[in-house]
Every structure is written in C-alpha cells, then in structure tokens.
Design a protein around this ligand. Sequence first.
Ligand code: GGG
Length: 346
Amino acid sequence: MLIALLPGDGIGPEVIAETVRVLDRVTDQLRFETAPVGGAAYKAEGHPLPPATLDLAKRAKAILFGAVGDPDCDRLERHLRPEQAILGLRKELGLFANLRPATLFKELADASALRPEVAGAIDMVIIRELNGDVYFGEKGMRKTASGRREGYDVMSYDEDEVARIARVGFETARARRGKLCSVDKANVLETSQLWRDVVIEVSAEFPDIELSHMYVDNAAMQLVRNPGQFDVIVTGNLFGDILSDQASMCAGSIGMLPSASLDASQKGLYEPIHGSAPDIAGQGKANPLATILSAAMMLRYSLGLSAEADRIEAAVATALEKGARTPDLGGKLTTTQMGDAVLAAL
Ligand code: GGG
C-alpha cells in the first residue's frame, strides 16, 4: 500500500523519520514515497504544494504529514505561504472531517496543565470541520473610505457542509459513549445559527445520541473546568483549531495529539496537530509521539490494520510508563531516543 510521506518544515522531518521506523517494525505492507511540501517545497520548487506532491497525495492510499510553517516565508504573498499547502490538500482531496482525539495517558497526569483530579477524566474526540469557515471564505485587504487599511475574512457555511460533519460527529459518538456536544457562537454569528439549526435537524437521524450545544467561549472554559463531561465535540474550522490546541495542554502536551483528516471514503491525511516549531527544529527536542499516534490512526482508519494500530498505541503507553519523556513532557530524551523507547516497547 502506497503511503505519501510529506515531512514539510521545521520539526516535521524529524518526527516523520521516527514514525517510519515504527511503521516498518509493525508491518511490511507499506511502501513510502516522499515529496516536499510547505516552506521546503517553496524553497525547492517555488510553490508550497507542487503538482507532483499533490499527484502523489492523490495516488497514495493515505498521507502521513509532518508540519508546515517557516518564518523565512512570513512575508510571502498568502498563496505562497507554507500553510497554504495543508489547506490546499484538505480542499483538493475533500478532507472535510478532522478527528482529534484528546486522551490523557494516565502516565502523564503530572504533565497535564490541569489539577490531577480533573485531568484524570480526559478522553474525548474533537471533530473539526476542515473545508469551510473563515479559512476558505473571501478574504482580502482594502482601504476604507477614510483611507485606513482593513483586512477581512468572510465566515460562511452552507447547510450541506454542516450536515455532513454533524453526521461524522453523531457516528463517532455512537461508537463511543453516545454524547455529542456541538460548539458554536449562535448568540452572535449567523453561520453559527445555521450550524445549530442543521445539527438539530440531523439529530433526528440519531435518536440514541445525547446532543448538547455550547457557545465556544463557554466550551473553552469547560475544557479546563470539567473536561470529563466531553465525549465528542463537533465544531467549525476556526473554533476546532483553537479548542483542540487547548485540549492538548490538558492532555499533557501538544506533542501528544494526533489527528486524522478524512474524506467521505475514509481516505485520509494523518498529522500531529502541532506545527513546525522552528525554534526547536534540528535540535532533536521534538516529541515524535503525536506523529507516531497519527500513524496508528492511519493504520486503523485508512488501511484496515487495526491490530498493528493497537500495538503502536500500547507501545507508546509502555514507553511512557517506563518514564520516557521528551522536554515538552518534562524529560530529557531526544526525538530519536523517544523513537527508540517506542521500538523497544514493540
Ligand atoms: N501538523 C499541523 C500543521 O502543520 N499545522 C500548521 C498550520 O498552519 N495549519 C493550519 C491549520 O491547521 O489550520
């Protein structure tokens, strides 16, 4: 099975390298092809998502993605910035459903930003819509009548976009504890009012699921106050981006959270939720576990290799149990040593 490896920028290549070592250990059914993406692709080929990279992503059975973002590219025109590569892949491949499990490994209770009695209960999936919202609405920079610069990003969702992500939310809740919380800002935003109306309409198909609604500001507070109340959260692109980063600190570190971005047929792009962390790139300080856990999701969701996925997740838990910690978790292991610890547990 062909896997597209898109390591990207900053710490992306380091965490992907450890993940490939782990994948090679659990299965010989994968064939890897690597292509540049993000700032690395811009520097090599003049575009963050070159046609050959997109072609590889389309041909592959699944995509393993590192991270994009490069301070050297900050002043480029928006369509050439590294982040456009991941937005382009999501749009071109129809990857509309981003699943971000946030679970606190019991061994990491000390690393959570929360009090131990609160942190112990974290086991949720945040589902972030990926193809709409301010990310893809009309945007630009203009001058007001009085000559001031004004930036704008239009937030929009149509009802079909909301209904399809709502169904992913309900189905995910059905396979877990049966609770779905839809997060919006319906007291202020028109898009959120539509979001809430459509989620309620779709709920008629899922009478067995307990549905609740929460404003995003309250959700941010509840994630810290009582994260154990959440089973599945479904929300829009921008709110999901922010809330899942917040949830990652409850789960110990942003270096621990994997993600899957799926299309309607379970083809997927798998990546850690963290970015390229240019400040620590090349120093062996990055935690590869979020990428290794993303690879486990890839085996389970896109490749039908659930037993191998279970083995990887168990090995990560064992490595943590034995005290393996990168600096983000308060330890001293290098990226490669953390990869070694997972391999040893396999
Ligand atoms: N691995 C995640 C990553 O590279 N994130 C960089 C980024 O800017 N992503 C945009 C987004 O997630 O909305």
